[in-house]
Design a protein around this ligand. Structure first.
Ligand code: ATP
Length: 363
Protein backbone atom coordinates (compact mmCIF):
# COMPACT_ATOMS: atom_id res chain seq x y z
CA UNK A 1 0.00 0.00 0.00
CA UNK A 2 0.90 3.65 -0.12
CA UNK A 3 2.53 5.53 2.72
CA UNK A 4 1.19 8.73 4.13
CA UNK A 5 2.25 10.92 7.02
CA UNK A 6 0.45 13.40 9.22
CA UNK A 7 1.90 16.23 11.30
CA UNK A 8 0.72 19.26 13.25
CA UNK A 9 2.54 22.56 12.99
CA UNK A 10 2.41 26.12 14.33
CA UNK A 11 0.19 27.06 17.26
CA UNK A 12 -1.88 24.19 18.61
CA UNK A 13 -5.65 24.19 18.53
CA UNK A 14 -8.36 22.04 20.04
CA UNK A 15 -9.62 19.62 17.42
CA UNK A 16 -6.18 18.79 15.99
CA UNK A 17 -6.33 15.39 17.71
CA UNK A 18 -9.68 14.43 16.19
CA UNK A 19 -8.19 15.37 12.80
CA UNK A 20 -5.04 13.30 13.42
CA UNK A 21 -7.18 10.37 14.52
CA UNK A 22 -9.34 10.55 11.42
CA UNK A 23 -6.32 10.70 9.10
CA UNK A 24 -4.74 7.67 10.76
CA UNK A 25 -7.87 5.56 10.79
CA UNK A 26 -9.08 6.47 7.32
CA UNK A 27 -5.57 5.83 6.00
CA UNK A 28 -5.36 2.41 7.62
CA UNK A 29 -8.92 1.62 6.53
CA UNK A 30 -7.89 2.28 2.92
CA UNK A 31 -4.83 0.05 3.25
CA UNK A 32 -2.14 2.70 3.67
CA UNK A 33 0.84 2.65 5.96
CA UNK A 34 0.40 5.77 8.11
CA UNK A 35 3.19 7.64 9.86
CA UNK A 36 3.24 10.29 12.55
CA UNK A 37 5.75 13.05 12.12
CA UNK A 38 6.26 14.32 15.66
CA UNK A 39 6.97 17.98 16.50
CA UNK A 40 5.92 19.43 13.15
CA UNK A 41 8.58 20.34 10.60
CA UNK A 42 11.22 19.82 13.26
CA UNK A 43 10.49 16.09 13.21
CA UNK A 44 10.52 16.06 9.44
CA UNK A 45 13.95 17.69 9.33
CA UNK A 46 15.41 15.65 12.20
CA UNK A 47 13.91 12.29 11.22
CA UNK A 48 15.00 9.35 13.37
CA UNK A 49 12.44 8.31 15.92
CA UNK A 50 10.40 11.47 15.34
CA UNK A 51 8.90 9.70 12.32
CA UNK A 52 7.03 6.67 13.60
CA UNK A 53 4.38 4.38 12.23
CA UNK A 54 0.88 4.93 13.58
CA UNK A 55 -1.52 2.14 14.44
CA UNK A 56 -5.27 1.99 14.84
CA UNK A 57 -4.74 1.87 18.60
CA UNK A 58 -2.25 4.72 18.80
CA UNK A 59 -5.07 7.21 18.21
CA UNK A 60 -7.54 5.63 20.52
CA UNK A 61 -8.90 7.83 23.30
CA UNK A 62 -7.60 11.12 21.88
CA UNK A 63 -10.82 12.52 20.44
CA UNK A 64 -11.47 14.51 23.59
CA UNK A 65 -7.90 15.71 24.19
CA UNK A 66 -7.04 19.33 23.50
CA UNK A 67 -3.75 20.26 21.84
CA UNK A 68 -2.00 17.66 19.72
CA UNK A 69 -0.59 14.33 20.92
CA UNK A 70 2.07 14.31 18.19
CA UNK A 71 3.46 17.65 19.25
CA UNK A 72 3.76 20.91 17.36
CA UNK A 73 6.69 23.24 16.94
CA UNK A 74 8.08 26.17 15.06
CA UNK A 75 11.09 25.19 12.98
CA UNK A 76 13.64 27.65 11.63
CA UNK A 77 15.57 25.04 9.60
CA UNK A 78 12.55 24.24 7.45
CA UNK A 79 12.46 27.87 6.31
CA UNK A 80 15.82 27.28 4.54
CA UNK A 81 16.42 24.96 1.61
CA UNK A 82 19.03 22.76 3.34
CA UNK A 83 16.47 21.98 6.04
CA UNK A 84 13.87 21.05 3.44
CA UNK A 85 16.46 18.87 1.66
CA UNK A 86 16.93 16.86 4.84
CA UNK A 87 13.18 16.68 5.31
CA UNK A 88 12.79 15.27 1.80
CA UNK A 89 15.44 12.62 2.47
CA UNK A 90 13.76 11.56 5.71
CA UNK A 91 10.39 11.23 4.00
CA UNK A 92 11.79 9.22 1.08
CA UNK A 93 13.69 6.95 3.48
CA UNK A 94 10.25 6.04 4.84
CA UNK A 95 8.80 5.88 1.32
CA UNK A 96 6.43 8.72 2.17
CA UNK A 97 5.26 11.07 -0.56
CA UNK A 98 1.76 11.80 0.74
CA UNK A 99 1.46 14.20 3.63
CA UNK A 100 -1.31 15.84 5.60
CA UNK A 101 -0.27 19.14 7.16
CA UNK A 102 -2.45 20.40 10.00
CA UNK A 103 -1.50 23.97 10.81
CA UNK A 104 -2.03 27.66 10.21
CA UNK A 105 -1.18 30.04 7.41
CA UNK A 106 2.60 29.73 7.82
CA UNK A 107 2.66 25.95 7.99
CA UNK A 108 0.60 25.61 4.83
CA UNK A 109 2.71 28.20 2.99
CA UNK A 110 5.78 26.15 3.92
CA UNK A 111 4.08 22.98 2.70
CA UNK A 112 3.29 24.61 -0.61
CA UNK A 113 6.88 25.74 -1.08
CA UNK A 114 8.15 22.26 -0.18
CA UNK A 115 5.94 20.70 -2.82
CA UNK A 116 7.10 23.13 -5.49
CA UNK A 117 10.75 22.39 -4.69
CA UNK A 118 10.27 18.65 -4.33
CA UNK A 119 11.46 17.58 -7.78
CA UNK A 120 14.66 19.59 -7.40
CA UNK A 121 15.26 18.25 -3.90
CA UNK A 122 14.84 14.66 -5.05
CA UNK A 123 17.23 15.23 -7.95
CA UNK A 124 19.85 16.69 -5.65
CA UNK A 125 19.51 13.83 -3.15
CA UNK A 126 19.83 11.30 -5.93
CA UNK A 127 22.91 12.99 -7.41
CA UNK A 128 24.56 13.08 -4.00
CA UNK A 129 23.80 9.40 -3.59
CA UNK A 130 21.68 10.00 -0.50
CA UNK A 131 18.73 8.17 -2.01
CA UNK A 132 18.68 5.40 -4.60
CA UNK A 133 17.94 6.10 -8.28
CA UNK A 134 14.96 3.79 -7.97
CA UNK A 135 13.49 5.81 -5.09
CA UNK A 136 14.20 9.06 -6.88
CA UNK A 137 12.02 7.85 -9.73
CA UNK A 138 9.35 6.31 -7.58
CA UNK A 139 8.91 9.35 -5.34
CA UNK A 140 9.45 12.15 -7.83
CA UNK A 141 6.30 13.98 -6.77
CA UNK A 142 4.81 15.00 -3.44
CA UNK A 143 1.11 15.10 -2.61
CA UNK A 144 0.07 17.53 0.06
CA UNK A 145 -3.27 18.18 1.67
CA UNK A 146 -3.72 20.93 4.24
CA UNK A 147 -6.11 21.17 7.17
CA UNK A 148 -6.44 24.47 8.94
CA UNK A 149 -5.95 24.21 12.67
CA UNK A 150 -6.17 27.65 14.22
CA UNK A 151 -8.23 29.09 17.04
CA UNK A 152 -8.29 32.50 15.32
CA UNK A 153 -10.52 31.45 12.39
CA UNK A 154 -8.09 33.40 10.26
CA UNK A 155 -7.84 31.35 7.09
CA UNK A 156 -9.08 32.33 3.68
CA UNK A 157 -11.28 29.76 1.98
CA UNK A 158 -12.91 28.05 4.94
CA UNK A 159 -15.90 29.14 6.98
CA UNK A 160 -14.43 27.68 10.15
CA UNK A 161 -10.94 26.60 11.17
CA UNK A 162 -10.38 23.69 13.54
CA UNK A 163 -10.27 25.07 17.09
CA UNK A 164 -12.11 28.38 16.71
CA UNK A 165 -15.37 27.04 18.14
CA UNK A 166 -13.64 25.53 21.19
CA UNK A 167 -11.76 28.76 21.82
CA UNK A 168 -15.04 30.65 21.74
CA UNK A 169 -16.46 28.26 24.33
CA UNK A 170 -13.44 28.84 26.60
CA UNK A 171 -13.84 32.60 26.25
CA UNK A 172 -17.56 32.44 27.01
CA UNK A 173 -16.90 30.44 30.18
CA UNK A 174 -14.29 32.98 31.27
CA UNK A 175 -16.56 35.95 30.59
CA UNK A 176 -19.41 34.34 32.47
CA UNK A 177 -17.10 34.07 35.47
CA UNK A 178 -15.99 37.68 35.13
CA UNK A 179 -19.48 39.12 34.86
CA UNK A 180 -20.56 37.93 38.32
CA UNK A 181 -17.68 39.66 40.04
CA UNK A 182 -17.90 42.66 37.74
CA UNK A 183 -21.55 43.10 38.60
CA UNK A 184 -21.02 42.68 42.34
CA UNK A 185 -18.40 45.43 42.39
CA UNK A 186 -19.76 47.56 39.54
CA UNK A 187 -16.57 47.10 37.62
CA UNK A 188 -15.58 47.63 34.04
CA UNK A 189 -13.62 44.79 32.41
CA UNK A 190 -11.39 45.01 29.38
CA UNK A 191 -11.25 41.45 28.02
CA UNK A 192 -8.41 40.78 25.63
CA UNK A 193 -8.84 37.79 23.32
CA UNK A 194 -6.53 36.24 20.74
CA UNK A 195 -6.47 37.27 17.10
CA UNK A 196 -3.43 39.07 15.76
CA UNK A 197 -4.84 39.91 12.36
CA UNK A 198 -8.30 38.56 12.70
CA UNK A 199 -11.10 39.86 14.87
CA UNK A 200 -13.38 36.85 14.55
CA UNK A 201 -13.02 35.75 18.17
CA UNK A 202 -13.38 39.31 19.46
CA UNK A 203 -16.51 39.95 17.43
CA UNK A 204 -18.36 36.75 18.26
CA UNK A 205 -17.30 37.10 21.88
CA UNK A 206 -18.79 40.58 22.01
CA UNK A 207 -22.01 39.38 20.39
CA UNK A 208 -22.24 36.42 22.73
CA UNK A 209 -21.48 38.26 25.94
CA UNK A 210 -23.58 41.40 25.81
CA UNK A 211 -20.43 43.51 25.62
CA UNK A 212 -20.55 47.31 25.42
CA UNK A 213 -17.78 47.75 22.88
CA UNK A 214 -15.46 45.74 20.66
CA UNK A 215 -12.09 46.59 19.15
CA UNK A 216 -10.86 44.51 16.22
CA UNK A 217 -8.26 44.95 13.49
CA UNK A 218 -10.66 44.82 10.55
CA UNK A 219 -12.77 47.67 11.79
CA UNK A 220 -10.66 50.42 13.36
CA UNK A 221 -12.82 52.88 15.34
CA UNK A 222 -13.58 56.46 14.25
CA UNK A 223 -10.99 59.03 15.42
CA UNK A 224 -13.34 60.32 18.16
CA UNK A 225 -13.82 56.84 19.63
CA UNK A 226 -12.54 57.83 23.05
CA UNK A 227 -15.37 60.31 23.62
CA UNK A 228 -17.92 57.92 22.16
CA UNK A 229 -16.79 55.01 24.29
CA UNK A 230 -16.90 57.01 27.52
CA UNK A 231 -20.29 58.47 26.65
CA UNK A 232 -21.67 55.00 25.95
CA UNK A 233 -20.36 53.60 29.22
CA UNK A 234 -21.78 56.54 31.14
CA UNK A 235 -25.23 56.08 29.65
CA UNK A 236 -25.31 52.36 30.43
CA UNK A 237 -24.42 53.05 34.05
CA UNK A 238 -27.02 55.80 34.31
CA UNK A 239 -29.54 53.29 33.02
CA UNK A 240 -28.75 50.94 35.85
CA UNK A 241 -26.24 48.56 34.24
CA UNK A 242 -23.86 47.45 36.98
CA UNK A 243 -20.97 46.29 34.85
CA UNK A 244 -19.26 46.95 31.55
CA UNK A 245 -17.47 44.56 29.25
CA UNK A 246 -15.15 45.80 26.54
CA UNK A 247 -13.74 43.15 24.22
CA UNK A 248 -10.48 43.75 22.43
CA UNK A 249 -8.62 41.59 19.93
CA UNK A 250 -4.89 41.43 20.63
CA UNK A 251 -4.29 42.92 17.18
CA UNK A 252 -6.68 45.89 17.53
CA UNK A 253 -5.57 49.04 15.73
CA UNK A 254 -6.75 52.59 15.11
CA UNK A 255 -7.37 54.18 11.70
CA UNK A 256 -3.67 55.01 11.36
CA UNK A 257 -2.71 51.41 12.03
CA UNK A 258 -1.32 52.10 15.52
CA UNK A 259 -2.10 49.45 18.12
CA UNK A 260 -4.91 50.07 20.60
CA UNK A 261 -3.96 48.34 23.83
CA UNK A 262 -5.93 47.10 26.82
CA UNK A 263 -3.78 49.31 29.07
CA UNK A 264 -4.65 52.39 27.07
CA UNK A 265 -8.37 51.70 27.31
CA UNK A 266 -8.15 51.00 31.02
CA UNK A 267 -6.28 54.26 31.68
CA UNK A 268 -8.75 56.20 29.58
CA UNK A 269 -11.77 54.90 31.49
CA UNK A 270 -10.11 55.25 34.87
CA UNK A 271 -9.05 58.81 34.18
CA UNK A 272 -12.26 60.05 32.60
CA UNK A 273 -14.96 58.10 34.39
CA UNK A 274 -13.21 56.92 37.58
CA UNK A 275 -14.68 53.43 37.16
CA UNK A 276 -12.95 50.53 38.81
CA UNK A 277 -11.50 49.08 35.61
CA UNK A 278 -9.64 45.78 35.25
CA UNK A 279 -7.92 44.00 32.41
CA UNK A 280 -8.25 40.28 31.81
CA UNK A 281 -5.96 38.84 29.16
CA UNK A 282 -7.24 35.36 28.48
CA UNK A 283 -4.08 34.19 26.74
CA UNK A 284 -3.39 30.51 26.39
CA UNK A 285 -6.52 29.48 28.26
CA UNK A 286 -8.22 29.99 24.91
CA UNK A 287 -6.19 27.22 23.31
CA UNK A 288 -6.66 24.81 26.18
CA UNK A 289 -9.18 22.27 27.32
CA UNK A 290 -11.25 19.74 25.47
CA UNK A 291 -12.41 20.31 21.90
CA UNK A 292 -16.07 21.24 21.53
CA UNK A 293 -18.46 18.81 19.89
CA UNK A 294 -18.31 20.95 16.76
CA UNK A 295 -14.51 20.79 16.57
CA UNK A 296 -14.45 17.02 17.16
CA UNK A 297 -16.79 16.54 14.23
CA UNK A 298 -15.04 19.17 12.10
CA UNK A 299 -11.62 17.59 12.70
CA UNK A 300 -13.03 14.15 11.95
CA UNK A 301 -14.71 15.23 8.73
CA UNK A 302 -11.68 17.15 7.53
CA UNK A 303 -9.21 14.40 8.39
CA UNK A 304 -11.29 11.83 6.53
CA UNK A 305 -11.63 14.05 3.49
CA UNK A 306 -7.89 14.80 3.53
CA UNK A 307 -7.05 11.12 3.08
CA UNK A 308 -9.59 10.76 0.28
CA UNK A 309 -8.09 13.80 -1.46
CA UNK A 310 -4.58 12.33 -1.14
CA UNK A 311 -5.69 9.01 -2.59
CA UNK A 312 -7.27 10.75 -5.56
CA UNK A 313 -4.31 13.07 -6.18
CA UNK A 314 -2.17 12.64 -9.28
CA UNK A 315 1.40 13.87 -9.84
CA UNK A 316 0.08 16.95 -11.59
CA UNK A 317 -2.85 17.90 -9.35
CA UNK A 318 -2.65 21.07 -7.31
CA UNK A 319 -2.36 20.82 -3.54
CA UNK A 320 -5.62 21.46 -1.72
CA UNK A 321 -6.86 22.61 1.65
CA UNK A 322 -9.89 20.89 3.08
CA UNK A 323 -12.37 23.61 3.91
CA UNK A 324 -15.86 24.03 5.23
CA UNK A 325 -18.20 25.90 2.93
CA UNK A 326 -21.77 26.26 4.07
CA UNK A 327 -21.41 23.07 6.14
CA UNK A 328 -20.05 21.13 3.18
CA UNK A 329 -16.54 19.72 3.24
CA UNK A 330 -14.84 21.01 0.11
CA UNK A 331 -11.37 21.07 -1.44
CA UNK A 332 -9.91 24.45 -2.33
CA UNK A 333 -6.55 25.14 -3.99
CA UNK A 334 -3.92 25.82 -1.33
CA UNK A 335 -2.33 28.59 -3.33
CA UNK A 336 -5.48 30.65 -3.67
CA UNK A 337 -5.86 30.64 0.09
CA UNK A 338 -2.40 31.58 1.23
CA UNK A 339 -1.28 33.99 -1.48
CA UNK A 340 -4.27 36.30 -1.64
CA UNK A 341 -4.29 36.94 2.08
CA UNK A 342 -0.53 37.42 2.25
CA UNK A 343 -0.79 40.05 -0.47
CA UNK A 344 -3.63 41.88 1.26
CA UNK A 345 -1.76 41.84 4.56
CA UNK A 346 1.38 43.20 2.89
CA UNK A 347 -0.70 46.11 1.64
CA UNK A 348 -2.10 46.54 5.16
CA UNK A 349 -5.55 46.01 3.70
CA UNK A 350 -6.89 44.23 6.75
CA UNK A 351 -10.51 44.45 5.68
CA UNK A 352 -9.83 42.80 2.33
CA UNK A 353 -7.70 40.18 4.10
CA UNK A 354 -10.62 39.43 6.37
CA UNK A 355 -13.03 39.14 3.49
CA UNK A 356 -10.68 36.72 1.79
CA UNK A 357 -10.32 34.75 4.96
CA UNK A 358 -13.85 33.54 4.89
CA UNK A 359 -17.44 34.38 4.97
CA UNK A 360 -17.57 33.45 8.61
CA UNK A 361 -19.09 36.59 9.93
CA UNK A 362 -20.55 38.46 7.04
CA UNK A 363 -23.93 38.34 8.73
P1 ATP B 1 -0.28 30.00 13.71
O1 ATP B 1 -1.64 30.24 13.13
O2 ATP B 1 -0.31 29.42 15.06
O3 ATP B 1 0.67 31.15 13.59
P2 ATP B 1 1.25 28.92 11.60
O4 ATP B 1 1.24 27.61 10.88
O5 ATP B 1 0.91 30.12 10.78
O6 ATP B 1 0.33 28.78 12.83
P3 ATP B 1 4.05 29.64 11.76
O7 ATP B 1 4.91 29.81 12.95
O8 ATP B 1 3.86 30.78 10.84
O9 ATP B 1 2.67 29.09 12.31
O10 ATP B 1 4.62 28.42 10.88
C1 ATP B 1 4.94 27.18 11.46
C2 ATP B 1 6.17 26.61 10.81
O11 ATP B 1 5.94 26.44 9.40
C3 ATP B 1 7.40 27.49 10.88
O12 ATP B 1 8.08 27.36 12.10
C4 ATP B 1 8.22 26.98 9.72
O13 ATP B 1 8.89 25.80 10.06
C5 ATP B 1 7.15 26.66 8.69
N1 ATP B 1 6.99 27.80 7.78
C6 ATP B 1 6.22 28.88 7.93
N2 ATP B 1 6.33 29.73 6.89
C7 ATP B 1 7.21 29.17 6.04
C8 ATP B 1 7.76 29.54 4.78
N3 ATP B 1 7.44 30.68 4.18
N4 ATP B 1 8.65 28.70 4.21
C9 ATP B 1 8.98 27.55 4.80
N5 ATP B 1 8.50 27.14 5.98
C10 ATP B 1 7.63 27.92 6.60
Amino acid sequence: GRCLAVFTSGGDAQGMNPAVRAVVRMGIYLGCKVYFIHEGYQGMVAGGNLIRQATWASVSGILDDGGTIIGSARCLEFRERPGRLRAAKNLIDHEINNIVCIGGDGSLTGANLFRKEWEGLVKELSEKGEITKENAEKFNYLNIVGLVGSIDNDFCGTDMTIGADSALHRIMEAIDCITTTASSHQRCFVMEVMGRHCGYLALVTALGSDADWVFMPESPPEPDWEDKLCEKLKITRENGQRLNIIVIAEGAIDKEGNPITSEYIKDLITKRLHYDTRITILGHVQRGGTPSGFDRILGTRMGTEAVLALMEATPTSQPVVIALSGNQTVRVPLMLCTLAVAQAMKEKNFILAQELRGRSFKR
